[in-house]
Design a protein around this ligand. Structure first.
Ligand SMILES: Nc1ncnc2c1ncn2[C@@H]1O[C@H](COP(=O)(O)OP(=O)(O)OP(=O)(O)O)[C@@H](O)[C@H]1O
Ligand SMILES: [Mg+2]
Length: 220
């Protein structure tokens, strides 16, 4: 499956989620390519660290941040993999637009804060344009699943509820109740090119959170 992990808002945990998802899929014996589709090279660095340490299962990663190149890459290479995860966005870009036309699923990590709410307007505009482009190409409608990222526990849980409400109000988007919570294990493992399930010491809560997200997004 070709999956984009994107949001027009920067710093919401897209790359962290994309790398965790890619490694989790590879650990289910799937051949996985992650495309680093923005100028920040977070996913590329994470997978380079994984490859340098010889960690298995292997995950492939390429940098591709122009829309036409992304299209060509998908045409040529997507069939060599079971899953392609595209880490895009942070802003409107040709790569993000191309990813929205050619992927089967868009997962939108959304940070629960009021200004993220306003930023969702940019995203809905892009989704409308992608819908029109897909219709012109006679492609199936894009599935868009949005969930909370960097979600906090406890006293600021009201923010989570507000973000959930605004996501649920978007007609193009299906809200998924699978928050990727703020936990050290998520960024600390990615920094080493590992998935949370490969990190020592084990963080069982982080593993359970990612397992729930994988079940919700892919039913695996
Ligand atoms: N679930 C999480 N728990 C704790 N820290 C996280 C989590 N997700 C992301 N982070 C941290 O938050 C910051 C932003 O994450 P990340 O780089 O994944 O966001 P991004 O949306 O890809 O950003 P950009 O728009 O710059 O590409 C990083 O410092 C990352 O380590
Ligand atoms: Mg990123």
């Amino acid at each position: 499956m070709i999956v984009s992990v994107g949001n027009t808002k920067g710093g919401v945990g897209k790359s962290t989620a994309a790398v965790q998802i890619a490694i989790a899929l590879a650990r289910k014996n799937r051949r996985v390519l992650i495309i680093n589709g923005d100028r920040q090279k977070s996913a590329l660095y994470a997978i380079a660290a994984r490859q340098a340490a010889g960690v298995l299962p292997e995950v492939s990663c390429v940098l591709c941040n122009e829309g036409d190149e992304l299209e060509q890459l998908l045409n040529k290479q997507a069939s060599d993999f079971d899953d392609v995860i595209i880490d895009v966005g942070g802003r409107d870009s040709s790569a993000f637009r191309a990813a929205l036309v050619h992927c089967e699923l868009l997962y939108v990590p959304t940070q629960p804060r009021a200004f993220e709410d306003w930023a969702l307007e940019d995203l809905t505009l892009l989704l409308d344009q992608a819908t029109a482009a897909r219709q012109a190409l006679k492609l199936s409608p894009l599935r868009v699943l949005a969930g909370l990222s960097l979600a906090d526990h406890g006293s600021i849980a009201a923010d989570n509820e507000d973000a959930k409400k605004s996501l649920m109000s978007l007609p193009q988007v299906t809200f998924v109740d699978a928050p990727l919570r703020r936990r050290k294990a998520f960024w600390y493992s990615v920094a080493q090119g590992l998935g949370v399930a490969e990190l020592k010491p084990v963080d069982r809560k982080a593993i359970a959170v990612l397992d729930h997200l994988m079940k919700t997004l892919f039913n695996i």
